[in-house]
Design a protein around this ligand. Sequence first.
Ligand code: OOG
Ligand code: NI
Length: 267
Amino acid sequence: MHNNVDTLFDHLWNSYLEVTPSAVKIHKLLGDTQQSDVINDHIALRTFNIEKVGLEKLAQHFLAVGYTECGEYHFEAKKLYAKHFEHSDPTKPKVFISELLVEKFSPELQKTIHELVEQIDDAAVTAENFLYSGTHWQIDSDTYQQLLAESEYAAWTAAWGYRANHFTVSINHLANFDTIEAVNTTLKEAGFELNSSGGEIKGSPEVLLEQSSTLADKAEVTFSDGVKAIPSCFYEFALRYLKPDGEIYTGFVAASADKIFESTNAR
Ligand code: OOG
Ligand code: NI
């Protein structure tokens, strides 16, 4: 495990950029509009609810650098469970970790996922680099397609493994954008495609959070039977509102998150 939160995020950011070329461009596009750095609202990771690598195992890496557990979320249709974590320093990104409820899927999917997880070395899970270590298993492209037919999330996680699947720009910290519409317009004018599932803007001022995201880039995965380009990672944009008590809302909104997951669907 890391003992420095900034070092951990530097590694997560670099491994994310390796498969997300559009994020390099968008970071520059938004960064060029202001003098100060672009601030991240949150990042997200995905896993399977198998004890060896479950949500709690990933969470340990964040608890070790000063995070605490804050909220939990259920996704019935996608068969996922998630928690979010916050750091005592509110300028550090929040962390959203989800896990696939493996036992709710077909015997074939369960067998495939268990076989992948068995290939992970126990020691790898607590190693410093685990959260950006990618896959620890071999998978062929037919198996990937079979997973995809049942769960896009299962297929994505089997292909990409452990890495941040998105970083999220905090619109609250952008000096020259007051609305999420203005951010979306800037992105679209620069040629980036947004995830329009459930509308380009997920959430509203009433639920205290508005979010939008790009559609994932495509990047090459080395399957055991060859290299193939598949959806990799995406970039998200979040605008948070004040609660009646005057504090900023720091949670997530399950109905919106449900649609954000679809940013890794094939175009
Ligand atoms: C996480 C989707 C949820 C949000 O901001 O609501 C999310 C994922 O795609 O793994 O990030
Ligand atoms: Ni997100």
